[in-house]
Design a protein around this ligand. Sequence first.
Ligand code: PLP
Length: 459
Amino acid sequence: MGSLGNTSKLAEPALFYQNVYESSFPHVASASGLYITLEDGREVLDATGGAAVSAIGHGNQRVNAAIIKQLSKFTYAHPGYFQNRVSHQLADILVESTGGKLARACLIGSGSEAVETAMKLARQYFLEQDPNSPRLHFISRQNSWHGCTLGALSVGDLKSRREPFLELLPNNVSQVSACHPYREQRPDETVEEYVARLAAELEEEFQRVGPGNVCAFVAETMVGTALGCVTALPGYFRAIREVCDRHGALLILDEVMCGLGRTGTMHAWEQEGIVPDIQAVGKGLGAGYATISAILIHQRVIDGLKAGSASFQHGQTYQCHPLNVVAALEVQRVILEEGLVHNAHKMGLLLGSSLRNAFANHPHVGQVRGRGLFWCIEFVADPVTKKPLDPKLNVAKRMRLRGLEKGYEICLFSSTGCADGWKGDHFMLSPPFTITAQDVEEIVSRTLRVVNSVFDEVS
Ligand code: PLP
């Protein structure tokens, strides 16, 4: 009858995640608040929230109870035949959170799907106006990550993840520079000049492709995985919005990682003085309690559909799944009712200044940067020249692994960008919005211990 899943007799684990050989990650026994307890009893401080997912910490009783309550009512009814109230309630909360600037919410499963859904909706919007619309081209940015599925991968720029599949990717995508002052702003250039240079580059790309052929510009409002918590300079997104508007193209903002409170406001675009046409949100929506994402849509896009077929040619089996939705709904209610976005802002200021103090004179810290509860430390060989560390040292990966070793117990989301054509090693800290000043102190002290231990080893 087999093992019934209890004791595997297979030589290698049946479960396949990424590396066919890798099975050395620790097993989780339970999780509560800021901590993940391993099967060996150690408690790991989850300073990354699983890469900006756990917005309210682990094991929230309100969310657990809401899921259980929904379980006892019904767990599935096809969204093509039936509605469920909780999906409407979640969409209402999301739309209201934009202050009425965005009009509708479409609920899907993952961040990658949200980006793809946004791209498809943008394309259909133009088709509704003109069945022969030439607007097929997407412009995105270098050093970005938008997800694993083919469409999302086509607009992203993570070389190791793209290269095996290049022939499969749609080729109606081109990329312009990201706004990355630490690496790309010239020493003699003012903020205004740098922003103007980036806007001119985008304008040039529109002209090269043919402005009437561009469907949308796609960008992360605050860059996550690829560059590590890079905020745009003031005026950048306003300039980008102007270029899109001038040529009638849509602006899609990917806030899968940086959205829904992570940057200290509900939406990262609120701090940029612009509104997107379509916005993707994910990770923090279900905050680890559910596999759910969404796109938020501007009224002008909805009006475009209304003027045509009024029907988006898109539908997935698990859209609006009541268990996912009810979990996300309760997560968002907790965030609202407990004022957690404000706490993310407040604790974010403390985390930023504590990290800056702790790492101020570190010989290998190039920059400590971030906003809200989304912080990154970039490591370099020399902070003056900003020369990256030798990728062979694998400093970022060592830090991730060291954090999980006995005596360190902190989860850091690290990336050795050099391997992917990005410059530099970094790790990100994106703890839950529930953290206290004491938690901030613990995060910084454990982080410092990991960093020092790794540099003791490689120096
Ligand atoms: N967009 C951004 C900005 C992300 O950071 C990610 C994931 O890391 C995605 C999209 C893809 O999300 P998912 O992994 O849920 O498909």
